[in-house]
Design a protein around this ligand. Structure first.
Ligand code: UD1
Length: 420
């Protein structure tokens, strides 16, 4: 077990390179199961969730591994079924994509219910609704194992009652070979939905409309292996943007798609940060005292729920009051108790936080309660007086590549220490 020890008070300066999008990679990697052929996936972040997925694919009979630091290969030709017997699916949320991919390729799949961050109730009823609409039967056993199977998959119209990233992608995966046309209405529009659809199309699928709220999938007979490059990580980039604002820094964020950053760019500009956009990079710089703003998380193109926690830390460091409303996740303010230990003045319910800035944060020992909360606590440590110890950092390693090295390169005083 390791922890991060952070000495606060440094303004971030310099350049940070952003890796491939975790949430796209963890959809594209299981999507390779759909194809009896070899895929090469480039710009993949070297994070724990990706390593676990490679282990899962090998367990299912695929050949899979890293080619170099950022590329990997998967050859799922010899995979015979998608029944994951072990508990690896409990290690992350995205393991639910095994169900859609297995259903698509083999008309059946099974695994234990997915794990992932504890941010409230995270049902998969919309995934199930989609699978059933295509003709599958779904059974969840009392010990939490989910089985999906179909005699035959036939295209259908599915209206999502909740805008769900996972359900939208899972239905796309299940429908690529389904006979006829599948239409997903009220689909999620996140950049990784588009990226996954582009990957599937590169393998030979026929998917149109990804990135809008209606996605049309014409079933195809065959898919073939391909080489595909994952888009940059919108959430990793947003984390460094917010860290630059919190530390009154001046940084260049490289290898990004500035368009994907708009919900964050807009809020930071409203607060008074300077932002200059270039082709695939941006400069984020502090000019003058920032003003607090109200934030509501929403599905894309709204402000991402995955950046709610870092944003709350930033707001708690400003003079004045602000409100953060959580419009996506069920219960994503648990980490506030950790921030309070550092002196933050925040009242919260499951859905809303009222922040009274500016209480200078002071370093202490805090626990990362989940992945993005962990990133938020690092930012809190960067602006706190004294030393902050962030524990349970295995949550952070699930989704951020070399986070301490990237912050160190920006001048932060942060080190990974093995916990005794
Ligand atoms: C994905 C992201 C996660 C992000 C979230 C919202 C991955 C691996 N994870 O998670 O980082 O925080 O999108 O942008 O891409 N819901 C239902 N029924 C369902 C599915 C979802 O009620 O069948 C609800 C959820 O409880 C949640 C909301 O819909 O309140 C959004 O969930 P969803 O978009 O599905 O998030 P995930 O795919 O779990």
């Amino acid at each position: 077990m390791s922890k991060f020890v952070i000495e606060g008070g440094t303004r971030l300066k310099g350049k940070v390179n952003i890796g491939g999008f975790k949430n796209a990679a963890v959809a594209i990697i299981p999507a390779t199961l759909l194809c009896p052929g070899k895929c090469i996936i480039e710009n993949v972040p070297k994070i724990q969730d990706v390593k676990v997925f490679l282990e899962i694919l090998r367990e299912l009979g695929a050949e899979a591994g890293y080619i170099n630091d950022t590329s990997l290969y998967v050859d799922a030709t010899n995979v015979k079924n998608c029944f994951l017997e072990n508990g690896l699916s409990k290690k992350m949320r995205a393991s639910y994509y095994l169900l859609g991919a297995g259903l698509g390729r083999f008309n059946s799949a099974s695994s234990l219910m997915p794990g992932g961050c504890d941010i409230g109730d995270r049902p998969i009823d919309q995934h199930i609704k989609g699978f059933e609409a295509l003709g599958a039967k779904v059974e969840i056993t009392p010990n939490g194992r989910i089985h999906v199977r179909a005699e035959k998959l036939t295209g259908a119209k599915v209206y999502l009652d909740v805008v769900s990233v996972g359900a939208t992608i899972n239905i796309m995966l299940a429908a690529v070979y389904a006979e006829g046309k599948t239409i997903i209405e009220n689909a999620a529009k996140e950049p990784h939905i588009v990226d996954t659809a582009n990957f599937l199309n590169s393998m030979g699928a026929d998917i149109k409309g990804a990135g809008t709220d209606v996605i049309r999938i014409n079933g195809v007979k065959n898919l073939k292996g391909c080489t595909y490059k994952v888009i940059p990580d919108q959430i990793e980039a947003g984390t460094y943007m917010i860290a630059a604002a919190a530390t009154k820094g001046d940084i260049i964020i490289d290898d990004i798609i500035p368009k994907h950053m708009e919900p964050i760019t807009a809020k930071l500009k409203e607060m008074g940060m300077g932002i200059e956009e270039y082709g695939d990079s941006m400069r984020v710089y502090y000019e003058d005292e920032l003003v607090p703003v109200n934030v509501q998380t929403l599905p894309y193109p709204g402000f991402p729920t995955d950046l709610q926690q870092p944003m709350t830390v930033l707001l708690s460091s400003l003079k004045g009051e602000s409100t953060v409303v959580e419009g996506v996740s069920e219960d994503r303010f648990k980490y506030v108790d950790e921030l309070k230990k550092m002196g933050a003045c925040i009242e919260f319910t499951k859905k809303q936080a009222k922040i009274k800035g500016r209480n200078n944060l002071r370093g202490t020992v805090v626990q990362a309660t989940d992945l993005r909360a962990g990133a938020a606590l690092i930012i809190a440590g960067l602006i706190a007086n004294g030393l902050t110890e962030v524990r349970n950092i295995e949550h952070i390693d699930r989704g951020y590549e070399h986070i301490e090295n990237k912050f160190m390169n920006l001048g932060a005083k942060i080190k990974r220490v093995r916990d005794e």
